[in-house]
Design a protein around this ligand. Structure first.
Ligand SMILES: Cc1ncc(COP(=O)(O)O)c(C=O)c1O
Length: 479
């Protein structure tokens, strides 16, 4: 909700809020059955006292438009159309409940909502801070020269040829041989997963992944009727020894892995483990999805080559994206694989969105086609490294008696394991009340009841310090 009451208005604040909500109910934006956000959230959003919200809701209730149930919240129960019409309006809430795609898990819905709160300190957000994103250079690219070609048309099914040629060159530096015909431009890595789930797999298929994993935080495969199966990780990466046995036992169709700077643990798969994993998957004819969205964000030394670089059999579908390194908002990623697979996914993409934004593809091509991208990445690495070191220093000072962690060699995340048996859910709620937003480990594996995914990429240094010190006090208070 962008709207806020005008404090300069001659109307009392609660009346402005009542009128705003009434309008939403009367024009059908809040249909019957809609749950109104909690008083705390509304007070936060509208920057007013909670008592103002209570008064506004009382008025709506007196008009018969909303009803509150103790402990469960306030709901829209009427609108003027429902009072006037002889047939009831459609029951949108039942449509919403029966949609095929699963909703986000509750805690992620809360995180997504709370990210918009003013002055919130985001200690878990998985993106670069706006200060680190290259706005000035990107603005220059957008001052498009009259002599430059710019396509405003639909692009070909696999995406702009210029960009695919650029990515083909870029991948060569990582040891990956991929002709433009084997590359599909997608609207972010998440879309690559979506296309794979509906384009290559049957309902009921089983997907192996590291546990914990980013994959548990989105419902891409589950919504398409597939089942996830977690395989443990150690410091060298996913444990490969049991994969053969488990594949035969569970008839797995694919293995999804994030070898470099894994989300959420920050782990880096060793070179040896990469070879072992490739070997076992080759032997078991188990295709791999390699998610390399963090691969450029090494802080100490470059990671081993991607699995795809040593895949001579077309066993690996390789996913990259500019979201974590250059801009999540441009929504550009790529998937590399055998041509028939890429053709199939391109055909589905055409049926889904007719291709990614041509303007975004133009900008990403400008960035990636020469040295500029590498120069920029070097700056980002320096910044991220100093943020990581700063965060580790704070952890050493304030967390050494309450938690353990590994120092990541790249990416954004520190996987913090709290030593005492406190409730992570309670910690999340308490921290949120104090203006600190956390990513509990349960988002990435429901059994990870003692972990937080900390991120040093988004909050400012001052926020990291303030937020982490307050977090350490909260944890100690809960012990
Ligand atoms: C491992 C991993 N893959 C994919 C994504 C989604 O990336 P994109 O913004 O390119 O869709 C994320 C975002 O958090 C991620 O952590």
């Amino acid at each position: 909700m962008e709207w806020k009451p005008q404090k300069s208005s001659s109307n009392p604040l609660h009346l402005e809020i009542t009128n705003y909500m009434k309008k939403k109910i009367l024009n059908g934006e809040w249909t019957i059955g809609t749950k109104i956000p909690s008083q705390r959230i509304l007070a936060n959003q509208f920057e007013v006292n909670r008592s103002t919200i209570v008064t506004a809701l009382d008025e709506l209730s007196a008009d018969g438009l909303v009803e509150s149930k103790v402990g469960s919240g306030t709901w829209v129960v009427n609108n003027t159309w429902s009072l006037l019409a002889s047939t009831p309006p459609p029951d949108w809430i039942s449509y919403v409940r029966s949609g095929i795609h699963q909703p986000n898990i509750g805690i992620i819905q809360k995180i997504n909502e709370a990210e918009a709160y003013p002055n919130i300190i985001r200690l878990g957000t998985g993106e670069l801070s706006p200060d680190l994103l290259p706005n000035e250079q990107t603005k220059k690219f957008l001052q498009i020269d009259v002599n430059d070609s710019l396509s405003l048309s639909y692009q070909e099914p696999k995406g702009s040829l210029e960009l695919r040629e650029t990515i083909s060159h870029y991948l060569k530096r990582k040891g990956i041989e991929a002709a433009p015909a084997s590359i599909l431009i997608v609207s972010g890595a998440l879309q690559a997963l979506q296309l794979i789930s509906i384009g290559l797999l049957k309902r009921g298929s089983v997907i192996f992944h590291e546990t914990p994993s980013y994959l548990n935080s989105v419902h891409v495969f589950q919504s398409a009727g597939m089942n996830l199966f977690g395989i443990p990780l150690d410091n060298e990466g996913i444990k490969y020894e049991s994969i053969g046995r488990l594949k035969r036992q569970h008839h797995a169709s694919l293995l999804y892995t994030i070898p470099s700077f894994h989300n959420p643990t920050g782990n880096l798969m060793s070179e040896k483990r990469r070879h072992q994993l490739l070997e076992v998957c080759k032997k078991e004819a188990l295709p791999i999805i390699e998610d390399d969205v963090y691969g450029e964000l090494w802080l100490d030394s470059p990671p081993p080559k991607p699995l795809k670089a040593n895949d001579k059999q077309g066993n690996v579908l390789y996913i990259g994206s500019v979201s974590k390194s250059l801009s999540p908002g441009l929504r550009i990623g790529w998937i590399v694989g055998p041509e028939p697979v890429i053709d199939r996914l391109a055909d589905i993409k055409m049926q889904t969105d007719y291709g990614s934004s041509s303007l975004s593809q133009y900008v990403v091509n400008k960035w990636m086609k020469d040295e500029l991208y590498e120069d920029y990445l070097n700056q980002v690495r320096v910044e991220l490294k100093s943020r990581r070191d700063y965060t580790v220093e704070i952890l050493n000072t304030y967390f050494s008696d309450i938690a353990v962690w590994n120092i990541p060699k790249g990416g954004f995340y520190i996987w913090l394991q709290i030593q005492s048996n406190i409730s992570i859910q309670k910690l999340f709620e308490l921290a949120l009340k104090e203006g600190i937003l956390l990513n509990p480990g349960t988002v990435y594996d429901k059994n990870e009841q003692r972990h937080l995914r900390l991120s040093y990429s988004f909050a400012s240094l001052a926020e990291l310090e303030e937020g982490l010190i307050r977090l350490s006090e909260l944890i100690k208070g809960l012990k």
